[in-house]
Ligand binder design. Structure first.
Ligand SMILES: [Fe+2]
Ligand SMILES: [Fe+2]
Length: 292
């Protein structure tokens, strides 16, 4: 198997029989005809507090009202980014440990999980695989962070990198409901749509959530085959995406992938030892994060 086939490469099947459907799906989304998940209220409120010069105490008080978020922030603050420090049990210490910007980015990242759910069991299966993949990519991106990129920004970009697939999936399912005969595509074809459209659509969608431009840039470019010295975040996400595939946590598992041959390897200064440690660390992080 080729190790570095970009997900966005369309297959012959897509090209010959279904090309118009890709266009229809993209046009529907861009025209605003698909109901998109709104940014969860808690993320909006945290952002509002920060914009109004709120401090960490205000933010901790706000997050405390939502037990799900409170637990998630604690879990994050106690995870590998702060390995070696004492475990914290209260939200106020956790938010202090993280800092204002990191709390905002972490709340944004965690709130994205709500977009990865569906009432339809078939869709839910793909979305849950996608969420696991996004989490593995986020943890990989955090581990790959090098000078110039904060771990939380890398985590956020990793978690959101394939959100375009969620949107395309929703659109495809709406279209199927409206016109089951015309839009009765197979699972395989649907996955090809996801691959072909998700970078562009993800970027567009995240604009509606006012996600920082640098994160959107990484989302749009994570399947690029070349990265320059200024492309640290896209390179980190691209490499983390491959780490997740190599670990088998992906819609495209690729255990034979060679990380040292990935387009981002050079600017991330990867070598054999770093790659070996990275794979072990991300697997551990994933287990800790899900099991906590
Ligand atoms: Fe992707
Ligand atoms: Fe991915």
């Amino acid at each position: 198997m080729d190790n570095l086939v970009p997900e966005s490469t369309p297959t012959d099947a897509t090209r010959q029989g279904e090309i118009t459907l890709v266009g229809v799906i993209e046009a529907e989304i861009l025209a605003g005809n698909v109901e998109l998940p709104p940014l969860p209220k808690i993320a909006l409120k945290v952002r509002e507090l920060i914009n109004n010069d709120g401090d960490l105490k205000d933010i901790a008080a706000l997050i405390e009202q939502d037990p799900g978020y409170a637990a998630a922030i604690l879990r994050y603050a106690n995870s590998v980014a702060f390995a070696g420090l004492k475990q914290v049990a209260d939200l106020s210490t956790a938010t202090q440990r993280l800092g204002l910007k990191a709390v905002e980015q972490t709340v944004l990242a965690l709130s994205a999980q709500e977009a990865f759910t569906s009432d339809n069991p078939e869709e839910e299966r793909i979305l849950s695989q996608l969420w696991d993949h996004s989490l593995a990519t986020a943890l990989g991106a955090r581990r790959l962070t090098i000078k110039g990129v904060s771990p939380e920004l890398a985590f956020l970009a990793g978690l959101l990198h394939d959100v375009g697939k969620v949107i395309v999936l929703r659109c495809a399912s709406d279209l199927r409901k409206q016109n089951p005969e015309r839009f009765n595509f197979s699972d395989l074809v649907l996955r090809e749509f996801l691959d072909e459209l998700h970078c562009r659509i993800g970027d567009q969608f995240l604009e509606s959530w006012n996600i920082p431009a640098e994160v959107r840039d990484a989302v749009r470019r994570h399947h690029d085959t070349e990265f320059g010295a200024d492309d640290l975040l896209p390179a980190i996400v691209s490499c983390a995406d491959l780490v997740a595939s190599k670990l088998g946590v992906s819609l495209h598992p690729n255990p034979d992938a060679h990380l040292l041959e990935c387009p981002a390897a050079e600017i991330l200064h990867l070598d054999d030892v770093k790659v070996a440690n990275l794979l072990i660390d991300v697997e551990d992080d994933l287990e800790n994060f899900k099991g906590a």
